[in-house]
Design a protein around this ligand. Sequence first.
Ligand code: GRF
Length: 367
Amino acid sequence: MNDGMESSTPASAISSADEVRKLRDELDKAGKKLVFTNGCFDLLHAGHVRYLAQARALGDALVVALNSDASVRELKGPSRPVNTEEDRAEILKGLRSVDAICVFTEPRVTKLIEQIKPHIYAKGGDYTVASLNPEERAALDFVGAEIEILSLVPGRSTTKTLQRIAAGEAETTDAPRKLRIGVLGSGAGSNFEAIRGAINDGSLHAEIACVISDHNDSGIITAARKAGLPAFFVDPGINPKRFPDSAQKEVCEHLQRANVDVVVLAGFMRIVRDPVLTEFKDRIINVHPSLLPKFKGSDAVQRAIDEGELETGTTIHLVTAAVDDGRILAQASVPIEIGDTAELVHERIKKEEHRLLPQVLREWTEK
Ligand code: GRF
């Protein structure tokens, strides 16, 4: 009798190395990329799910090399794994981000890397490129795989979960999640510092998930690196007026991988287009140094002086495809006095921005 239930013994979710190699070759022919990662994935938690989604976003398909039961035991001790390799594979296969699963029995994943020849190798942020196992590193270099280290989701781990269960403690969801902010900038980075200051003094419940700049030596990227934050330079190419499609895509991928909730354009001197605009619709804010709708575009401060305005200011607004045109979230004005230079007025404006921007983000956290 058919009771509408699926068969209780589904086909194995585990693929052979040859099958995955075939997938890799097909992708390669189509100019696409296979991402490879490995791990135990014993008790799947939100950290795993987010990590795998980030890994998948690096290319066009994702293969997970799963530690066999024996190798989990060796790594984690005799009480592990909690789930068998067949079950772990079946659970992983249920994720949209996972395209194939292989199981490896050796302590290292070297042989699978050599057999599959992935285009990209992803590893969690508890490693650095330098701390990867030398044998695996050599195999990756040999097959020409790009290595990407992804940030881990803090506080989530199978070991921690098991300890909590053993202690009879419940997981608490009392603390609201921190707002994850991605900051894009080209210049000094004083607005970035204002956000950081508000986070550090506890007035903004957020974290800076990534910083992106189109200048590899800008103040903002230097400060972000110094602060130990994930900071990325995206090469804009040679045309100062154009931020090409490849760069737009790269920015989007960094923001996605960092699981950003809101994107802040803090002095980013490029026009942001798709896929970022679509992917982060209504979640991108810009800081513009004028009282919009007046003085859209570049040189806004100088133009306000030249027009004989008695005041100008700053506007924080949502970003849409039309430049400096989205819904206004906050504004503050400053006076323009006789003899003022653009530098002087801009300093005055920045003081207001440093107050207003954290305030807008705070309101965002309360949404
Ligand atoms: C800000 O004044 C902002 O209005 C404009 O660029 C400036 C960025 O300054 N779009 P900083 O890099 O944050 O110091």
